[in-house]
Design a protein around this ligand. Structure first.
Ligand code: ACM
Ligand code: ZN
Length: 757
């Protein structure tokens, strides 16, 4: 919110307390995503049966939406006078921008397009009581505070993705999801329709896609890393008919949401290959996959496969008016291509260097075909390997490096890095969270995402079209679970892509989320609520160590204990950081005046010999997994056992590390303990070799680490030395072997506390 708005808000707040009347309950507008400029004015618009609404065909979608929303959500009936008026205004710069003016007897919506007006309507919707959402408002009169809102998005691409391959969701649910996008002023639904575990779009020319590829025999139970793998024995599947798809696309159009279909190639294609084995390199009969991961049966590069894909895409194009078709491109192991006569023949006849260039050939050939049909392609960032197809847009997911490379090559980019956009990651460190794929992506981290990578200059930054939250559904078998993972992170993402940076304020946002949750209640959305949780931070300064507890909402109270008992309404209120002079366990929770609101927070501080001392690392952690920095390695707090993205873990991609700890003076050392995260499903591997030393960079001890299925690999070295410095070298695992997820890629190393005793 700009300065002018803040001043006006202050005036408004005093007005609120001085003259709140029974009839007019006023509230500061709590809109998500936060608009660019809001000016509160005196007075109210009274919405009742005397009001009319007027719009012509230019504003058909937005006008119809508002009229229906009011009439279906309440007992108010509107006539066709122009108390609520839509005006075409060419002076509004952004095609999706709008100006909404609420005056005592008039509401005016100005926009250059129906799309812009639609977003004005979504703002107005959030100014009306939540009961409108579900026809629960039996009132015939509602007052709306007078104000003027001028608004426009920061990014043109504002999206959410949904994987229906791993689990399938009803058409009604897809529409509900699209409704949520529209309410949050998002304009793109990326529909991930084909996978190894199921083909979900009816293709009339290939009936076996429906009969065979759409069904798997059973599904993995529990997490992929639970060994041995167990299966439920139940056939699972289904697909969307072309009529259903047309229905969804039309529904999305009536909410100004573009649906981008994804047809994965050349990888994630085992379901299709199970239906038509000739599409693969070996011709062997394979099954639709029943567990999660990356699989080696990918499309062969022979002409027959391209004929199939072109036929499929012909039908897809007919169904989806979107400019873009997403062609996947990610996670395609080249193992089968390496031993396939036809693929090797293709490499030779096309003068290609290797299988990477064959991947480029594959994508470019499909791109050319789609370009002749007037379509553009989007692909995951692997399409950069072996050269980028000429007009492709890159969806950067493995970090931001792909985005930087593509933008520098003057290609458009959509940002979806795992670190900030993968809503299949855990959103809380609570141990009772439903099973998720891994990682840790709390609401605040999504909120603080800046889609423009810092490496880009202003000119290059123009290639960043926007960003998108991804919902991969391996661990989301139900619609409720999808909602739980999507909400509230989708609210944060809407603000990332719509709102101006200078208007973003996390504390203010969380208050708006608390308010917005009432609307989600009426809409029957199963959102996660972690607003009442606590985060803690150890602060070491001037030889003094303290532990600070914070929570998001500042009108709530934190109470804590130090004797391991559960905090309650009688426990001490936390008003300042807790002094730490020895190891201790802090338990805390958030309370209002009557009850505990969130879950219990527990932190164990291990006050070992390096806490508060100095540590250096020869490499910077990845910017997206930089946690609380190197100092976090000796802050007395270990990272979560299940959430490698929490602020205690530091992530490095494919690098060897050298770490030095300076204890400030010669100190007796009896043991050194280090921990590594080992999440092979997420390309994270403990190092193969760890070396330790105490004298100037000499190595006194080595530990080789065997492959392990444990999530945490703990190394303890016994010592008996007096030393000021401790050196550690961690050798990165190297390239991920065949048969594992991420095969052929560099492994990540994740490290947390180094405990010196
Ligand atoms: C992806 O997450 N494989 C794009
Ligand atoms: Zn082949």
């Amino acid at each position: 919110m700009n300065v002018k708005t803040i001043v006006v808000f202050c005036l408004f707040i005093s007005f609120l307390f001085s003259c709140k009347s029974e009839e007019h309950t006023v509230e500061i507008p709590q809109i998500i995503p936060v608009p660019n400029e809001v000016t509160i004015n005196d007075g109210y618009f009274v919405l009742d049966n005397s009001v009319g609404i007027f719009y012509d065909d230019t504003f058909k979608i937005s006008g119809d939406f508002l009229k229906n929303f009011i009439q279906e959500g309440s007992d108010i009936k509107l006539d066709d006078t122009d108390d609520i008026q839509f005006i075409l205004d060419q002076t509004i710069e952004n095609t999706e921008g709008y100006k909404l003016e609420i005056q005592p007897y008039k509401i005016t919506i100005r926009a250059k397009t129906d799309r812009g007006a639609f977003y004005a309507v979504q703002t107005l919707r959030q100014l009306l009581p939540p009961e409108f959402e579900d026809n629960r408002l039996s009132k015939k009169k509602v007052s709306i505070q007078c104000m003027t809102i001028t608004d426009a998005p920061q990014f043109n691409y504002r999206g959410m993705h949904l994987d229906v391959g791993r689990h399938l969701f009803s058409v009604d649910f897809i529409k509900k999801y699209i409704d949520a996008l529209a309410m949050l002023k998002m304009n793109t639904f990326h529909w991930h329709l084909t996978e190894d575990q199921g083909w979900r779009i009816e293709i009339k020319k290939y009936p076996k896609l429906q009969e065979v590829a759409a069904y798997r025999n059973e599904t993995l139970i529990g997490h992929y890393s639970d060994q041995p793998h167990q299966f439920d024995g139940k056939r699972y599947g289904g697909f969307y008919t072309q009529n259903e798809i047309k229905d969804v696309v039309a529904y999305a159009q009536s909410r100004h949401v573009t649906v981008i279909p994804e047809i994965e190639l050349p990888g994630h294609a085992q379901a299709a290959i199970s239906a038509y084995p000739n599409l693969g390199c070996t011709g062997e009969q394979v099954d639709v996959v029943t567990k999660w991961g990356v699989f080696e049966h990918i499309y062969c590069s022979k002409d027959e496969t391209f004929d199939f894909l072109e036929d499929v895409l012909d039908e897809v194009i007919e169904l989806f008016p979107s400019e873009y078709i997403h062609i996947g491109g990610d996670e395609a192991p080249e193992t089968k291509w390496k031993t396939c006569k036809q693929c090797q023949n293709r490499i030779e006849t096309e003068g290609l260097k290797d299988e990477h260039e064959l991947q480029n050939y594959f994508i470019t050939r499909i791109e050319k075909y789609l370009n002749t049909k007037g379509k553009q392609i989007i692909g995951w960032d692997e399409i950069l390997e072996g050269g980028l197809a000429p007009n492709a847009t890159v969806m950067s997911w493995r970090g931001t490096e792909g985005a930087v490379e593509a933008a520098k090559q003057k290609h458009n980019v959509v940002m979806t890095p795992t670190s900030h956009c993968y809503f299949d990651y855990y959103q809380s460190t609570n141990s009772d969270e439903p099973t998720a794929i891994g990682g840790y992506l709390p609401l605040e981290k999504v909120y603080r995402f800046n889609p423009i990578p810092s490496e880009l200059n202003e000119e290059e930054a123009k290639y960043i079209l926007g960003a998108q939250g991804n919902i991969w559904t391996e661990y989301m078998p139900t619609e409720d679970q999808v909602e739980y993972m999507a909400f509230p992170r989708i609210l944060a993402m809407s603000e990332v892509v719509w709102s101006k940076n200078e208007n973003k304020d996390y504390s203010d946002f969380t208050k708006r989320v608390e308010h917005f949750n009432k609307r989600l209640d009426v809409l029957d959305v199963n959102y996660a609520n972690h607003l009442y949780e606590i985060s803690g931070e150890l602060i070491s300064e001037d030889h003094k160590t303290e532990y600070e507890l914070t929570t998001t909402l500042d009108d709530k109270t934190i109470r804590f204990t130090l004797d391991s008992s559960q905090p309650n309404l009688e426990s001490q209120i936390c008003t300042q950081p807790i002094p730490v002079e020895n190891s201790k366990t802090i338990k805390a929770a958030v309370f209002d005046t009557e009850k505990q609101l969130g879950s219990i927070f527990t932190e164990t501080i291990n006050y070992h010999k390096a806490v508060g001392k100095t540590v250096t690392i020869n490499k910077e952690p990845s910017p997206v997994y930089s946690g609380s920095g190197a100092q976090g390695l000796i802050n007395g707090i270990s990272g979560s056992d299940t959430r490698y993205g929490d602020k205690e873990w530091l992530g490095f991609w494919g690098e060897d590390l050298e770490i030095t700890i300076d204890l400030g003076e010669e100190t007796e050392i009896n043991s050194i303990e280090t921990r590594f995260y080992n999440g092979t499903g997420q390309w994270i591997y403990a190092p193969k070799l760890v070396e330790f030393g105490f004298s100037s960079h000499g190595i006194d001890s080595k530990v080789e680490i065997q492959n392990s299925e444990e999530t945490i690999v703990d190394i303890i070295i016994k010592a008996d030395v007096n030393t000021r410095n401790i050196y550690l070298r961690f050798h990165n695992y190297g390239i991920i072997p065949d048969g594992k997820q991420g095969a052929g890629q560099k492994a990540w190393t994740f490290i947390d506390e180094i405990i010196i005793n």
